[in-house]
Design a protein around this ligand. Structure first.
Ligand code: 13P
Length: 333
């Protein structure tokens, strides 16, 4: 492990006013996204969609890193340039999702554990050769009346730490993503309690497995009421509860926190990030690693048609620009 390489990559990703595009939808997830615009999920269509995103002019002013799915890392742009090189040539750091998805947790009732540790050291070496400099692993925690169990939190925290240690050994910055889902009817206070429990265990596991906090990034959910809750919280309540929870549980040595959007509307995801950055200096940088909140308008504008590429790129550019502003607390709608 080279600590300087890790710290430099983490700092590059956390450049002021910039964040991450999560374009690492697995084959199953991208099929759902493409189905929403009546486009079939063929390899050619997936390449065309990612080509649209990665060749959008000017987004490099707001996007410092892109998370790719394995298939995409080994694909090329329309002009034959590998996607990883297209990004790197614009000063955007290529990253890779390395988990193999959330699977049923054995002997638990309806909870999930993320798999993908077997053979990960060898895969990381291949990804690094292809240009990846950071990685992502997502653990999934669901809130219900009885859940999450300590068993689910502990096993996911342990797997996240094992993944992070393997990444750092390969000089790849791990993005540690424990996502507390916003599905369900719970209120914001419940989300804050569960998110706190999860972060506490995650940082214990990272510490127990020698992970260098200065050479990683955290990708948490915001503290927010469940989608089906009758009591939705205001933008200010979300910003205050999220910051309180993070300040209690995330060591100041972590250089950056990059939020997932998790099913929030694109406008709200921007407003929440902006409100947090308007609260003044925090121990860590606060930015975005959005999937849906950056892509939704572009996907809708594209419709799978070459003649719509330009308007789709404009829509993506606008989301990137607004979130870049929110990462500095200077967004106004
Ligand atoms: P969303 O922003 O759509 O939640 O996606 C981010 C991500 O990478 C989830 O793992």
């Amino acid at each position: 492990m080279n600590p300087e390489t890790l710290k430099n990559t983490a700092h590059e990703i956390m450049s002021p006013g910039k964040g991450i595009l999560a374009a690492d939808e697995s084959t199953g997830t991208i099929a759902k996204r493409l189905a929403s615009i009546d486009v079939e999920s063929t390899e050619a269509n997936r390449q065309a969609y990612r080509n649209l995103l990665f060749t959008t002019d000017g987004v490099e002013n707001y996007i410092s890193g892109v998370i790719l799915f394995e298939e995409t890392l080994f694909q090329s742009a329309d002009d034959g340039t590998p996607f990883a090189k297209v990004l790197a040539d614009k000063g955007v750091v290529p990253g890779i999702k390395v988990d193999k998805g959330a699977k049923p947790l054995a002997l638990a009732s309806d909870e999930k554990i993320t798999e993908g540790l077997d053979g990960l050291r060898e895969r990381l070496a291949e990804y690094a050769k292809a240009g990846a400099r950071f990685a992502k692993w997502r653990g999934v925690i669901d809130i219900t009346d009885e859940q999450p169990s300590d068993y689910c939190i502990d096993t996911n925290a342990h797997a996240l730490a094992r993944y992070a240690a393997l990444c750092q050994e390969a000089d790849i910055v791990p993005i540690v993503e424990p996502e507390v889902l916003m599905d369900g009817e719970h209120d914001i206070a419940t989300c804050e309690r569960v998110t706190g429990r999860v972060l506490k265990k995650v940082f214990e596991a990272l510490d127990g497995q020698n992970v260098l906090l200065e050479g990683m990034l955290l990708k948490p959910n915001m503290v927010i009421a469940g989608k089906k809750s009758q009591k939705q919280a205001s933008v200010d309540e979300v910003a205050d509860a999220t910051l309180r929870c993070l300040r209690r549980h995330v060591p100041a040595a972590v250089p950056g926190i990059v939020f997932l959007s998790g099913g929030q509307s694109d406008e709200l995801a921007t407003a929440h990030l902006n409100a947090m950055n308007q609260r003044g200096e925090q121990p860590w940088g606060l930015s975005f690693s959005y999937g849906r909140a950056l892509q939704a308008p572009a996907l809708a504008a594209w419709q799978g048609k070459p003649e719509n590429v330009e308007v789709a790129q404009k829509a993506y550019h606008k989301r990137a620009k607004n979130n870049g502003a929110a990462a500095q607390g200077s967004y106004s709608s």
